[in-house]
Design a protein around this ligand. Structure first.
Ligand SMILES: [Zn+2]
Ligand SMILES: [Zn+2]
Length: 342
């Protein structure tokens, strides 16, 4: 099979897999699938290996550790090393304007700045001293956030929109999710840094992809190869097409083509996730609330076939007050500081 067809299949499968995981995750079907898969695998893998895998997975995903932070920096370093030493070098030989070539470096610096802020900023840890202040910030909706609920681990009254993070072992104000890539919770006080971090990461991946693609297109144009023809393995004369061109470029610049493939997939995944996070920000929902609302809706759909004795109350987003107000709540530090000192 041709390289381009294989790569397109790989890209389509990655995106399809990501989409399916999102749907399954929200509708609880993933738990069943994972449990079924784990049971099937446990029959063929020795017990000691299973224990080691379980311990490793627990360490990676259920404890605070720097593994994914280091992996993030290593991957970013590899992409930028390849971009700087090969793509920029060739682009300068082809007399590309230096401005666009420097753009990924500027985006990298801004990205690392917000990455560090997302890692080290307190997301809004709820303590005994600030418990009352946090309780006054958001009203209780009595569906998802009932008044009087307590966190059994922290022994604190749970403010509306807060959640106990099992990885960090603390209750977090306006809890969004725990991000393994920044090794921190995303909450009220660092959500804005996380959004800037995600935006600049997406922009830097898309910029590296665009410049690498522009370089390869320029090489193809300069070589005039697309005007040529070649003899295929059956001895027939064929006009050079896009598949042949990509394979030709892969033989000439294998690392640049692999880099392009990686950053294209990354840009699509990050772009999709960024759109999702911006949608949540604009509608004043957290990932935790969106996820729980989705599960509640699924339960309600199942109950419609066999109505329960008492109709459960439905979660409604009472925290949205218009797009600008919602975005201001996340991006304006003054609003958060004001709340902090209430
Ligand atoms: Zn707690
Ligand atoms: Zn956490």
């Amino acid at each position: 099979m041709d390289f381009l067809v294989l790569f397109s299949l790989y890209l389509a499968l990655m995106l399809l897999g990501g989409g399916l995981i999102c749907i399954c995750w929200r509708t609880q079907y993933l738990n069943g699938l994972v449990q079924g898969g784990a049971q099937a695998i446990s029959r063929v893998i020795p017990e000691c290996l299973q224990r080691a895998v379980r311990r490793l997975l627990h360490y990676l995903f259920h404890t605070r550790n720097h593994v994914f932070v280091v992996l993030h920096l290593v991957l970013q370093g590899l992409v930028y090393a390849e971009y700087t030493w090969e793509v920029v070098g060739y682009c300068r030989e082809l007399e590309f304007s230096p401005g666009p070539l420097l753009l990924p470096a500027v985006l990298l610096l801004v990205n690392l700045f917000f990455f560090a802020l997302s890692c080290v900023t307190n997301p809004g840890t709820i303590t005994k001293a600030h418990e009352l202040s946090f309780l006054r910030v958001y009203e209780f909706d009595e569906v998802m956030f009932p008044k009087g609920a307590r966190c059994p681990t922290c022994d604190l009254r749970k403010p509306a929109r807060s959640k106990h993070c099992r990885v960090c072992n603390r209750c977090v104000h306006r809890f969004d999710h725990h991000c393994i890539w920044v090794n921190n919770c995303i909450g009220a006080w660092n959500a804005r840094y996380f959004l800037f971090y995600l935006s600049t990461l997406t922009a830097s991946a898309a910029t590296v992809a665009s410049i690498s693609a522009a370089f390869l297109v320029q090489v193809a144009v300069f070589s005039d190869l697309y005007l040529e023809s070649y003899i295929d393995d059956r001895g027939r004369s064929q006009v050079v097409d896009i598949v042949f061109l990509v394979q030709y470029l892969f033989l000439l610049f294998p690392r640049v083509v692999l880099l392009l493939g990686f950053v294209v997939v990354l840009s699509c995944l990050l772009g999709g996730y960024l759109c999702f996070q911006l949608y949540l920000a604009a509608t004043n929902q957290t990932t935790n609330e969106w996820f729980r609302a989705g599960r509640a809706r699924c339960r309600r759909c199942r109950h419609q076939a066999q109505p329960p004795p008492a109709e459960p109350r439905v979660f409604q987003n009472i925290y949205s007050h218009g797009v600008w107000s919602n975005l201001g709540e996340i991006f304006l530090p003054a609003a958060l500081d004001k709340r902090k000192t209430k």
